[in-house]
Design a protein around this ligand. Structure first.
Ligand code: ADP
Length: 391
């Protein structure tokens, strides 16, 4: 088992700065997700850890060892890609066993266990058979763990997409690496299979406890799978924290709007100080800032900030009795999207658009008006320009 440490890791392709001074410590046994939009540098970062790309500058540690110059095969990692590239003419068994068969005896830890536990005379007589028997036992054990035992004699063409991806996983697991590297491994699966394989991967991670770095562009995947998540944009790490902290205390407006669906509402607002406290005003919308946030915005009166609020913190005022009455506004309903237990409303307050998530007690149609209560305890504020969080 191992931690992985990226210290000032940078990657340049000519003039393109694909990864810019990346500092991340992936803890031993952690499941860390690298997430960000296409082109943000997440695959390049993963490929540098794998040894498939040279590192322009910085130090990469796996365990206690600097591995910048270590060949991929000697890094003790296993990688799972989006395209699982199985050998079509081989059975599932042979696909999983393939890497093991190429290995030297000294690199197969379970062989040592088998040879010391087994009969020494037999081994001396027939080491190849013993080796093959140990490989078979190991492949079967892994196949059991990922529900592939009954498919071991099939060829990849006779499997579903999800099963093929599990074979690719099996091939990685069987090697008992110190670190798993996964690059969008679920994106070729249909939606249902993606959800079930996601859960399976998490169970597997809990059971094996192998440090895992997982790349995805999908924030839902990141939020549901990661112990911690590193959000990247333009090659730069934006924030690295648990899913809960990224959601409730995003460091900047990019993270705030990238994490969560539908995205956080953001609007440029004037900060107004005065008798009754501090207010945010955008067009005809005027909202009172809670006292403890006002303290942090004291430097801002007369200035503008980006006000942010997530859709679930704007309520149907009829069911939100404990809200500050100053933070209720009339909204015009532009569109209604029923989602079963929840309803998503696209509304305009004056000429500002918000997305609102209410529960199924709220019956409205497009064209209706509705009173909405803004729960300002859950407001966010970002500095224009830097877009850093002010709260
Ligand atoms: P992501 O995985 O987040 O989609 P990548 O790591 O693939 O992003 O790419 C990051 C940036 O580096 C992009 O601007 C991309 O165009 C550039 N890039 C990636 N690979 C190469 C390459 N081999 N040569 C030149 N530029 C590259």
């Amino acid at each position: 088992m191992a931690r992985v440490l990226l210290e000032h890791i940078t990657k340049k392709y000519g003039d393109v700065l694909a990864v810019d001074d990346l500092n991340i410590e992936v803890r031993d046994k952690e499941f860390l997700v690298l997430v960000g939009p296409s082109g943000c540098g997440k695959s390049t970062a993963l490929r540098m850890i794998a040894g498939l790309e040279d590192i322009s500058s910085g130090s990469l540690y796996i365990g206690e060892r600097v591995v910048n110059e270590v060949a991929p095969k000697d890094r003790d990692i296993a990688m799972v890609f989006q395209s699982y590239a199985l050998y079509p003419h081989m059975t599932v068994f042979d696909n999983i066993a393939f890497g093991l068969r190429l290995r030297k005896d000294k690199d197969l830890s379970f062989l040592h266990t088998a040879s010391t536990a087994g009969n020494g005379a037999t081994m001396a007589a027939n080491p190849r058979r013993l080796r093959e028997a140990a490989i078979r036992a190991r492949v079967e054990q892994v196949a059991d763990g990922i529900g592939l035992r009954e498919y071991l004699n099939r060829k990849p063409a006779q499997l579903s997409g999800g099963q093929r991806q599990r074979v690719a996983l099996g091939r990685a697991i069987v090697r008992e690496p110190q670190v798993f590297l996964m690059d969008e491994p679920l994106s070729n699966l249909d939606a249902k299979m993606r959800v079930s394989t996601r859960a399976e991967l998490q169970r597997l991670h809990r059971r094996l406890g192998i440090t895992t770095i997982y790349v995805t562009h999908d924030q839902v995947e990141a939020m549901t799978m990661g112990d911690r998540i590193a959000v990247m944009k333009n090659g730069i790490l934006q924030q690295l924290d648990t899913p809960e902290v990224l959601y409730s205390r995003p460091a900047n407006m990019f993270v705030a709007t990238f994490i969560g669906s539908p995205a956080m509402n953001t609007v440029l607002a004037d900060v107004q100080g005065g008798e009754g406290g501090m207010f945010l005003q955008a067009s005809g919308v005027r909202l009172r800032v809670p006292e403890h946030y006002a303290q942090r915005l004291l430097a801002c009166p007369g200035k503008q900030i980006y006000f942010g609020i997530r859709p679930e913190y704007i309520h149907d005022a009829r069911y939100a009795h404990d809200m500050d009455p100053q933070n209720v506004a009339d909204a015009h309903v532009d569109l209604v999207e029923p989602l079963g237990s929840d309803v998503q409303l696209y509304v305009s307050v004056e000429n500002i658009q918000f997305v609102v998530r209410v529960d199924d007690r709220t019956f409205v149609s497009a064209g209706n008006t509705i009173k909405l209560a803004f729960d300002m305890e859950h407001m966010h504020g970002f500095e224009p320009g830097t877009e850093r969080s002010l709260l």
